[in-house]
Design a binder for this molecule. Structure first.
Ligand code: SAH
Length: 223
């Protein structure tokens, strides 16, 4: 299968290096299962100051990201990435495990990162961008949201998480995901591991985990 491709358009491409060098997603990138490319929007400007932002029409505080560098960058990455354009925005569609699963089936994603007061709305209109939010709070830019989205999506790409069983037992996916976990030692500072987990009785363990997960998170959205 061709590698899934995640192209990010940002004024801070350096922010992505450390995050995607680490962990299962970093290993998947090294192994060629996914490709993550952060592109500097300033490389798509044509003026001496490499200007990516300008004052808002109609007045108001701050600056707005201009449409031209974003369109040029999307048109360039389009040649290698047929995936949908995603615009991270606080008012967008909430990122859920269901949405991550849907986006993981795409051949890739082209993710536009807002900064300042936001992005010229013609980016959304002209590029038919799907707006996605990582939660009801405002961050200073979309780089962290883009990392959250890529991590949630890329770990669902077949082969990225070494043992696919660990995806099946995730919160939001399994009806008993998110149960309490324990490892050695069996007793630590007077706290003991529930006896059933040491019993080797897999049916009882499964029942215990299902009940414990229900108690822990009665409000989790289940797929
Ligand atoms: N003035 C805007 C906030 C701009 S924050 C407002 O009132 O909503 C700058 C950029 O950060 C946004 O354009 C968006 O790309 C990103 N961002 C901030 N919070 C976000 C969130 N919760 N989810 C996704 N992106 C977010």
């Amino acid at each position: 299968m061709a590698a899934k491709r995640y192209d990010v358009l940002t004024i801070f491409p350096g922010m992505f290096e450390a995050v995607f060098a680490a962990g299962v997603v970093g290993r998947a990138a090294e192994g060629g299962l996914v490709e993550i490319h952060a592109h500097d929007l300033r490389d798509f400007t044509h003026d001496r100051h490499r200007q990516v932002d300008d004052a808002p029409f109609g007045g108001g505080a701050g600056m707005v990201l201009k449409p031209e560098p974003i369109f040029e960058a999307v048109e360039k990455v389009r040649r290698d990435n047929p995936g949908p354009v995603i615009l991270m925005e606080p008012w967008g569609e909430p990122l859920t495990q269901t949405l991550a699963t849907e986006l993981a089936a795409e051949p890739g994603l082209v993710i536009v990162c807002g900064r300042y007061e936001g992005v010229d709305d013609r980016v959304r209109l002209g590029l038919q961008a799907r707006e996605v939010s990582i939660g009801d709070y405002v961050l200073s830019g979309a780089e962290l949201p883009a990392m959250v989205l890529i991590d949630a999506v890329a770990r669902l790409v077949p082969g990225v998480v070494g043992d696919p069983g660990s995806l099946d037992q995730d919160s939001f996916t399994a009806d008993f995901g998110g149960y309490p976990q324990f490892t050695r030692p069996a007793e630590f500072r007077g706290m003991t591991v529930p006896e059933v987990l040491l019993s080797g009785d897999h049916r009882r363990i499964r029942e215990w985990r299902r009940a414990a997960a229900r108690r822990r998170a009665g409000t989790l959205e289940r797929k």
